[in-house]
Design a binder for this molecule. Structure first.
Ligand code: NAP
Length: 338
């Protein structure tokens, strides 16, 4: 009988961690996840599967907690998804970004090298590492030029992964997924897409109590309006469940490598808002206000990816397109904020 594979996921309570867990469980994996101790009663997006996965308490700040979990679970695959993942938020917590998203990733690579050297590692890199690129679309060879602390920390982790992979004495299997924005009903409310879809739902449902808060602690909707940042920001938005399939595929290869995951389609935040309000028969212009508070001090983009390498070598393609993504998120939020 084939050995049951074991996967260890940092950031299991996040958007991607929860979808990836579901995918791996459906493939018969034994799955364990790393959860911060202050989340003892709330596993976020992983609440529904918490009985099916093994939970280890720990923090990327703590190499010891990583080592103990790896020593006990002995995974075949490690997916390092934990991060402080808001580019805008990273300007007000630069040290947090560097220590968790950058040094934290190195903690995972190093403990994996010492405790489970045969394990294959996935590192969650990001299109934000391209900054404001001249080349559109971007691929695996586009130069990095991070424009926010989050992206700088991710680039550090990415470079350390490549160094570990190329180490002649003890090469480590670490593959980096350079993922462009991917969204879903599980996306954090501090990200613009989810902010828009939750606002649309609250406005459409005329919700007054229980309206979610934005990243500065204000109601996402006030007087029928939602405050957004740069409406001209250009992004390539895909659907998270499609993207976790690529993560898994990358670790089924013989050789570690880097892959871009993207749809190759580009849209502005304005277009996202227009489409989202149109789904419920409203005009976005009546409900969107720009607030400079939500515009980052250094802007990035246009971010649009070329996923040809993933298609050619792994047979991966995103299945869900922009309009369907918006609809999925709107319908979920209409039910959630009813
Ligand atoms: P997410 O929903 O924000 O999840 C981040 C996860 O990291 C959460 O489970 C969080 O736990 C955990 N975490 C934060 N700080 C930690 C720490 N000090 N120790 C241990 N865990 C910690 O992010 P996501 O959207 O699923 O993204 C997954 C990964 O892909 C992230 O690394 C992100 O930067 C990267 N990425 C995402 C996108 C995207 O568009 N979604 C694009 C490119 C790259 P708590 O619940 O306790 O906070």
């Amino acid at each position: 009988m084939a050995k049951v594979k074991k996967a260890f996921i940092t950031g299991i309570s996040g958007q991607d961690g929860s979808y990836l867990s579901e995918l791996l469980l459906s493939k018969g994996y034994e799955v364990a996840g790393f959860v911060r101790r202050n989340a003892a009663l709330d596993f976020g997006n992983a609440n529904d599967i918490k009985e099916e996965v093994k939970i280890y308490y720990g923090d990327l700040h703590s190499p010891e907690s990583i080592a103990l979990a790896l020593y006990d679970f002995k995974p075949d695959e490690i997916y390092n998804l934990a991060s402080l993942s808001s580019p805008l938020g990273s300007f007000s917590d630069k040290m947090g970004a560097i220590m968790v998203t950058g040094v934290g990733a190195l903690n995972v690579f190093e403990r994996a090298r010492q405790v489970v050297p045969e394990a294959k590692v996935y590192q969650a890199s990001t299109s934000e590492m391209f900054g404001a690129p001249k080349q559109v679309p971007q691929d695996e060879n586009t130069p990095f030029c991070p424009a926010n602390p989050y992206a700088a920390a991710k680039e550090f982790a990415h470079r350390m992964a490549v160094i570990a992979r190329n180490d002649k004495k003890q090469p480590q299997f670490i593959s980096c997924g350079i993922l462009f924005n991917h969204e879903s009903p599980r996306r954090g409310l501090n990200f613009v897409t989810r902010k828009i879809t939750s606002a649309v739902a609250c406005i459409k449902n005329r919700k007054i109590e229980g309206v979610p808060l934005n990243e500065i602690g204000d109601s996402i909707v006030k007087n029928g309006k939602v405050k957004l940042g740069d409406l001209d920001a250009k992004r390539d938005w895909g659907y998270a469940p499609d993207y976790v399939e690529l993560m898994w595929l990358m670790l089924q290869q013989e050789k570690a490598d880097d892959f871009v995951a993207a749809t190759g389609e580009i849209h502005t935040v304005r277009e996202f808002a227009e489409e989202a309000f149109a789904v419920v028969g409203l005009n976005w212009k009546d409900h969107v206000e720009v607030d400079p508070l939500f515009i980052p001090p250094v802007q990035t983009g246009p971010l649009c990816g070329d996923p040809s390498k993933a298609k050619k070598l792994l047979g991966w393609e995103p299945k869900t397109r922009f309009k369907d993504l918006v609809r999925i998120m709107i319908h979920s939020d209409l039910a959630k904020f009813s």
